[in-house]
Structure formats: C-alpha cells, structure tokens
Design a protein. Structure first.
Length: 142
C-alpha cells in the first residue's frame, strides 16, 4: 500500500511539472523549428536541389555535396547562398570550379528557413533554428 502511495505521488509530480509554462514554451519552440524545417525543405528542393541534389550529395565533380564542416559556419553559409562564389572551392578534398550563383532575392524569413533546414539536415549537429534577426544582421553588415 505504501508503495502505491509513493508511485501515485511521483506520478502527480510528473504531471504537474509537465504542465508548467516552461514546457509549453518548449513545445511552441519545437513547432516553430518544425515550421522552418518544412518550409526550408521546400525552398531547398526548388532552388538548390537541381545542382546539389535532393539528398545533398552533389553531382559528379561539378556540384559539391552540402558539407557539414562548411555548414557549421552559419555566416559563411548565409554569405554563399546570398552572394554566391566565383572562386574554386575545395569540398571534401575535391576542387569545384563552377560558380555558385547568388540568391539575394530570398526574404530574410526564406533564408532563415533554408539555412535552418541545411543545418538540421547536413551539419551533423543538433537542429537549431537560425533566426531572421541573424539573417538581417548579416545582410546589413556583409
Ligand atoms: C547552378 C548550380 C548551383 C545551385 C542552383 C546552387 N549551388 Fe550551391 N554550389 C554550387 C557550386 C558549383 C559550389 C562550389 C562553389 C564554387 O566552386 O564556387 C556550391 C557551393 C555551395 C556551398 C558551400 C560548399 C558546400 O558544398 O557545402 C553551399 C553551402 C551551397 N552551395 C548551398 C547552396 C544552396 C543552399 C543553394 C540553394 C539556394 C545552392 N547552393 C544552389 C552550385 C550551385
């Protein structure tokens, strides 16, 4: 009987803590992250996958795979998406010489969603939302 009381008490504490406000904040953060991931995937598939492919593995020696090391530098990632790159770039030991086109027509939100998706999918790190503020700051101080 005593054991049952202990178990019931523990359950009620568990219920109480799972209903407090910080966990509902976390839930809304997760929803926001998921929205960014869904939108980011759509943007990637319509603007990037023709070169880098849907699976991000790139194409032959023409277009590089989306690279985890490169992605860990959010600033460099946003810069190459916005401004492109004309100089040869070595990714995973292979040199790519075709230019990467710039995409400065994206809105701050689209860039935030896209870079959030790239980071979550190919950085090898835990997913995190890249905010529109980060994008805005970089655009204002390139
Ligand atoms: C016309 C083909 C093409 C398109 C479209 C394109 N890229 Fe690239 N991308 C390249 C090439 C080529 C490079 C290698 C850079 C160089 O040689 O200048 C590159 C490099 C990169 C890199 C850095 C290196 C790496 O492989 O991680 C990232 C990140 C990247 N692209 C992301 C994107 C994203 C995101 C989009 C969509 C908005 C996109 N690219 C659209 C061709 C393309």
């Amino acid at each position: 009987m005593r054991l049952l009381q202990v178990v019931l008490f523990a359950l009620s504490i568990g219920l109480w803590t799972s209903c407090n406000s910080s966990s509902s904040e976390n839930a809304s953060k997760d929803i926001r992250l998921n929205q960014y991931l869904i939108e980011g995937k759509k943007i990637y598939e319509s603007h990037c996958a023709n070169c880098h492919q849907v699976d991000g593995k790139g194409f032959a020696r023409l277009y590089p795979p989306i690279d985890s090391v490169f992605l860990r530098d959010t600033t460099a990632t946003l810069q190459i998406i916005l401004m492109g790159n004309k100089n040869p770039l070595t990714v995973k030991g292979i040199e790519y010489t075709l230019p990467m086109p710039g995409h400065d027509f994206f809105t701050d939100l689209e860039l935030a969603e896209l870079s959030t998706y790239l980071y979550a999918t190919w950085s090898g790190q835990k997913a995190q939302r890249i905010s529109t503020e980060t994008v805005k700051t970089l655009r204002e101080n390139p």
